[in-house]
Design a protein around this ligand. Structure first.
Ligand SMILES: NC(=O)c1ccc[n+]([C@@H]2O[C@H](COP(=O)([O-])OP(=O)(O)OC[C@H]3O[C@@H](n4cnc5c(N)ncnc54)[C@H](O)[C@@H]3O)[C@@H](O)[C@H]2O)c1
Length: 254
């Protein structure tokens, strides 16, 4: 039996990078996928690649109106939601001295408010599931002082603590919903290359243990998200899952 067979999964930022990899992994393991992204053409491309088990959905995760419309569509079409992956994100290379209030707010609107709005407006549908899982994409930026991405750190810190509060609220209210955060570092994507100011993709081995300092591949994170989304992780909620090849414990790169 596939690991998320029969489940309905909604993945944001799924037109590229980690979101796309999560959508593909969940679909491979039997879920029906809604591929959501601001980039409508990219979302359609991923949904087409998955096939009949996928639908694309254009939305801005920072827009409450878009989340209200999304919840209405999901209610009519599916009547419930089993897996919500709040993954969409951007990075802006600004520190305390160079960041403006407007850019600080924009980054937090997408990655902090976007996660809040997703959890809030999908809650009623998640409550209809026999066993639901929210996976919020955070970062090691919630643990380390990446001073060049100040707003990004603030947003991911909010995701880290909001996840725990949502997990406890769902538990306290008897809702069948787990909520966890995932904290990657250095995964080879467009966002990662932008944050490092490089255009070239790094060659990374598909197999074996990687040396400290090496970047990871998309499926390294997608495998963790798949596990947390599945009922294999039924005893895990409110937990922060570092997936950084030791970056947070290695003083040389901290
Ligand atoms: N790549 C890494 O090393 C890394 C490390 C830690 C955390 N993350 C997190 O993983 C997530 C995905 O990052 P990625 O590296 O795959 O980036 P990416 O740039 O490859 O993909 C991000 C996707 O999010 C979409 N998006 C951006 N703003 C949106 C909005 N307002 N509404 C809907 N969709 C929107 C983009 O169109 C894109 O498809 C982000 O939350 C990021 O912070 C990535």
């Amino acid at each position: 039996m596939a690991r998320v067979s029969g489940k309905i999964a909604f993945v944001t930022g799924a037109a590229a990078g980690l979101g796309e990899a999560c959508a593909l992994a969940l679909a491979r393991e039997g879920a029906q996928i809604i591929v959501a992204d601001l980039n409508a053409a990219g979302a359609r491309r991923v949904a087409d690649c998955i096939g009949p088990a996928a639908t694309s959905w254009a939305m801005d995760v920072a827009s409450e109106q878009d989340w209200i419309a999304t919840a209405a569509m999901m209610g009519l079409r599916f009547g419930r939601l089993d897996i919500l992956v709040n993954n969409a994100g951007i990075v802006v290379n600004e520190d305390l001295e160079t960041a403006s209030l407007a850019s600080f707010r924009r980054v937090n609107q997408i990655m902090s408010e976007g996660v809040f709005l997703g959890c809030k407006h999908m809650l009623d549908l998640l409550r209809e599931s026999a066993s639901a899982s929210i996976v919020n994409m955070a970062s090691t930026a919630s643990h380390l002082g990446y001073h060049k991405y100040l707003a990004y750190c603030a947003a991911k810190g909010a995701v880290r603590s909001m996840t725990k509060a949502i997990a406890v609220e769902c538990h306290a209210k008897g809702y069948p919903i787990r909520c966890n955060s995932v904290h990657p570092a250095g995964i080879e994507t467009a966002l990662e290359r932008q944050s490092q100011g490089r255009a070239d993709a790094r060659a990374i081995s598909e197999t074996g243990v990687l040396p400290f300092g090496s970047n990871g591949l998309l499926h390294d994170v997608a495998n963790l998200v798949l596990f947390l989304a599945s009922d294999e992780a039924r005893f895990i909620t409110g937990a922060e899952h570092l997936i950084d090849n030791g970056a947070t414990i290695w003083p040389a790169i901290a």
